[in-house]
Design a protein around this ligand. Structure first.
Ligand code: PGA
Length: 246
């Protein structure tokens, strides 16, 4: 069966001191042998600090993005093999903030997915529609296109080794979470698009997940966990969400 998965996306937040407090509290609050798999995706600079705190704590970690290139003259970029070198297990690809502010196309996201898989990372592939697209009844078409681009490049076997996060852009950081029914409708659609191995792929919901709306989302048959932004910066909230998924 699909193990519940809750991933914290710290985004561009933190400092060495704040991270230390947050990580210590997380380790303290996390029940031993919690059924939910927990992951922290920190800014690149802090991944090593995160790894020091989380080693042997049954919490994995990863990055929020990576380069599509293997290595070489790409100033400012971070490669998948560097992430592996630091002990990362996961990497977020195609977050809507990357698509929106850094012009990442469906094709680039697909190529990053391939590069991450080839390096041995588990990609967390983000898909989702804007408010405008939802209001013009374009949600499923947008998501079908985002998924199709990845599937074309990595195939069914690549998809089967990935995690997919449905994050409606209008719900991210706005406090306006999708309702459990709205989320489930899209998750069911996504699973239907994944092909033969889709039943094993973990599908996460993301967008204003908090401890007080998590349980309703996790009750849905095709929602296997969450990608959590703001609430992952508060240890107690993050652990409550993880417990709701267990
Ligand atoms: P949020 O962010 O939980 O702050 O809405 C989710 C995300 O962007 O992954």
């Amino acid at each position: 069966m699909r193990r519940p998965l809750v991933i914290g996306n710290w985004k561009m937040n933190g400092s060495r001191q704040d991270n230390k407090s947050l990580l210590e509290e997380l380790v303290f609050l996390k029940p031993t042998n919690i059924q939910t798999e927990l992951v922290i995706c920190a800014p690149f600079l802090y991944i090593e600090q995160v790894s020091r705190h989380l080693v042997e704590q049954q919490i994995s970690f990863g990055a929020q993005d990576m380069s599509v290139h293997l290595n070489g003259a790409y100033t400012g970029e971070i490669s998948a093999s560097m992430l592996i070198d630091l002990g990362c297990r996961y990497v977020i690809v195609g977050h809507s903030e990357r698509r929106q502010y850094h012009g990442e196309s469906n094709l680039l996201v697909a190529q990053k997915t391939l590069a991450s898989l080839q390096a041995g990372l588990i990609p967390i592939i983000c898909v989702g529609e804007t408010l405008e697209q939802r209001e013009s009844a374009g949600t499923l078409d947008v998501i079908a296109d985002q998924l199709a681009a990845v599937k074309t490049v990595v195939g069914d076997s690549g998809i089967s080794r990935s995690v997919i996060a449905y994050e409606p852009v209008w719900a991210i950081g706005t406090g306006l979470s999708a309702t459990p029914d709205q989320a489930q409708d899209v998750h069911r659609f996504i699973r239907g698009q994944l092909g033969a191995t889709g039943g094993n792929v973990r599908l996460l919901y993301g967008g204003s997940v908090k401890s007080d709306n998590a349980a309703g989302l996790f009750e849905q048959p095709d929602i296997d966990g969450a990608l959590v932004g703001g609430a992952s910066l508060v240890a107690r909230e993050f652990i409550k969400i993880a417990l709701a998924a267990a």
